[in-house]
Ligand binder design. Structure first.
Ligand code: MN
Length: 226
């Protein structure tokens, strides 16, 4: 027996210091994980446990030219640290979370903010606001060599600084996010977790360029194309 049609290619991420490609499975994203960003979205950051949404694995791209998506007039950038899972686990203890991490990358959670605002107003899912094609723009994966608990995270739009925060400002740390998420799903090798964005999110249009930097990583630069 074969397939009714050829299976889709495996989404992958390039890795630093290796020819090997990281096979992407699922993409989980943390909502409102920096207090100042929660406030700019009109929420009280102190009263919420972490919540999650997802993007399809094949929404991940390492292209430098990103097609401006359809059905939006308010596409937003969100600079984020991305955690790559390398070891399966359910109900992971926070103190053991590091052992499930393969590595980290710089990422951008592209968001159709107008569709998200409409979904929030109507009490509808965020999928079409968050999970569209090429909505997870990522740099190469860095194998982990130490816990990542601090470091500047910044985004420049056309060379203008728009987002500037520090990983230490996350409301829920990387180990806490892994522990919490693994209560809901069994985390699997290939899963990615986008850990939320600092304040300063805003719109980017066709022809705009974004550069995201996180201490210790090469900058991630991409340009939107109409
Ligand atoms: Mn985000």
């Amino acid at each position: 027996m074969g397939y009714t049609f050829p299976p889709a290619p495996q989404p992958v991420l390039e890795t630093i210091d290796s020819e090997d490609l990281f096979p992407v499975r699922r993409v989980f994203c943390v909502g409102r994980n920096y207090a100042a960003h929660a406030r700019e979205m009109g929420k009280d950051p102190d009263r919420e446990p972490p919540f999650f949404f997802t993007k399809p694995g094949d929404a991940v791209t390492q292209a430098t030219l990103i097609p401006y998506p359809p059905q939006t007039e308010d596409l937003h950038f969100e600079a984020e640290l991305v955690v790559a899972i390398g070891v399966e686990g359910a109900d992971i203890e926070e103190t053991n979370a590091e052992s499930h991490i393969w590595g980290y990358a710089v990422g951008c959670d592209l968001t159709r903010r107008d569709l998200q605002a409409e979904a929030k107003k109507m009490g509808r899912p965020w999928d079409m606001a968050k999970g569209f094609d090429a909505s997870a723009v990522l740099g190469p994966l860095y194998p982990k060599d130490a816990p990542l608990v601090q470091g500047a995270i910044q985004l420049k739009l056309n060379d203008e600084l728009r987002q500037s925060g520090d990983l230490s400002e996350m409301i829920w740390s990387v180990p806490e996010v892994i522990a919490y998420l693994s209560r809901y799903v069994t985390l699997m090798p290939g899963d990615l977790i986008m850990t939320g964005t600092p304040a300063g999110v805003g719109a980017l249009g066709p022809d705009d360029s974004c550069t995201i930097t996180i201490d210790g990583f090469a900058p991630l630069t991409f340009t939107m194309v109409a």
